[in-house]
Design a protein around this ligand. Structure first.
Ligand code: PMV
Length: 317
């Protein structure tokens, strides 16, 4: 029986995507820039079966919500559930739907696996434009390293000049988030008076980020990333009613990191997605000091992640 296995890394944006100007084609209002990370990944196995129908499991368990999304995604491929049998087993090594990019790695892995399984009906660019229909940010997990997703919906690999930069992931809450990103984005666009100010800022941030990459200026990259994440959360909080992804502990950690940085204890910068967890961009030489500090302050330790060089790729299972 035919079998395909694909792995894809998570990615964390340093310039965030927050809002689509075209819902059908999933085209973002602003460019975003991310790092693919090797801390968590999704492994997805597709296997043919005799009896027609789809069987889906996530981490060996049935998951009706994810199964619905997978079934919808399969409509882009030549698969007829009434005629063909398919088993999809997906494994997330990180927490699911907690603002830790599990849907990005999941849909990047699923897209590449489907393309391989169904005899490569799509070239890379077409597959990329389909991948983002599963989850916008998944398009960036197709590539490794530093990736830009532009407003026309294309992705580009950017030269990442630092081989010692890592991301520390501090998991404050591992459960599913209350307001998913799709819903959160829509609500922000519809009700936040400052939404267009966010879009403009994110454009400027993307340009400044690329200039800082060319200058190999880590400090600038750190400041742009932290300010951009705070701006994304500010526009969410400007919505009516406000969306609060950060909790009290997240805010205390952000403040603590900023003041430790000012005191010169270490150079780390915060970034946060649609959940309360915090990711800390820093150089590997600071990881031990950073974790010692987190411990003395009563926060969970950061799990240190290196940058994944490979995007979604076929693997042995
Ligand atoms: O791709 P989605 O719909 O899960 O949205 C991702 C949104 C953020 O994680 C908050 C930002 C980003 O660019 O990844």
């Amino acid at each position: 029986m035919k079998r395909v296995c694909v792995k894809a890394p998570i990615n964390i944006a340093l310039v965030k995507y927050w809002g689509k100007h075209d819902e059908v084609n999933v085209l973002p209002f602003n460019p975003s820039i991310s790092l693919s990370l090797d801390l968590y990944e999704t492994k997805t196995i597709l296997q043919a079966k005799e009896a027609p129908g789809l069987e889906f499991t996530l981490n060996e368990q049935s998951d009706p919500k994810s199964e619905g999304k997978v079934r919808q995604f399969l409509s882009f491929f030549p698969f007829d559930e009434t005629q063909q049998g398919l088993v999809i087993r997906s494994y997330n090594t990180g927490p699911t739907a907690a603002g830790l990019a599990s849907s990005a790695s999941a849909f990047a892995a699923l897209a590449v696996a489907c393309n391989q399984f169904f005899g490569e009906p799509y070239d890379f660019d077409t597959l990329a434009s389909i991948t983002k229909k599963g989850s916008g940010s998944a398009i960036r997990s197709l590539l490794g390293g530093c990736v830009e997703w532009d407003t026309q919906g294309r992705i580009h690999a950017l030269d990442w000049p630092f081989d010692d930069v890592v991301l520390g992931v501090v998991v404050l809450v591992a459960g599913r988030k209350d307001i998913g990103s799709t819903e959160g984005m829509k609500h922000t666009i519809q009700t936040a008076p400052s939404y267009l100010t966010w879009v403009e800022k994110a454009h400027q941030d993307a340009l400044a980020f690329k200039a800082a990459l060319a200058d190999q200026d880590f400090t600038k990259i750190g400041h742009i990333s932290e300010a951009n994440a705070l701006a994304m959360h500010a526009v969410c909080e400007d919505a009516n009613p406000p969306i609060q992804y950060l909790n009290k502990q997240s805010r205390a950690l952000i403040q603590g990191i900023q003041s430790a940085r000012k005191q010169g204890l270490f150079e780390a910068y915060c970034t946060m997605d649609a959940g309360p967890n915090i990711k800390l961009l820093h150089r590997a030489k600071d990881s031990i000091r950073l974790n010692e500090w987190l411990k003395t302050q009563g926060f969970p330790l950061a799990q240190i992640s290196r940058i994944a060089e490979k995007g979604a790729h076929r693997c042995e299972d």
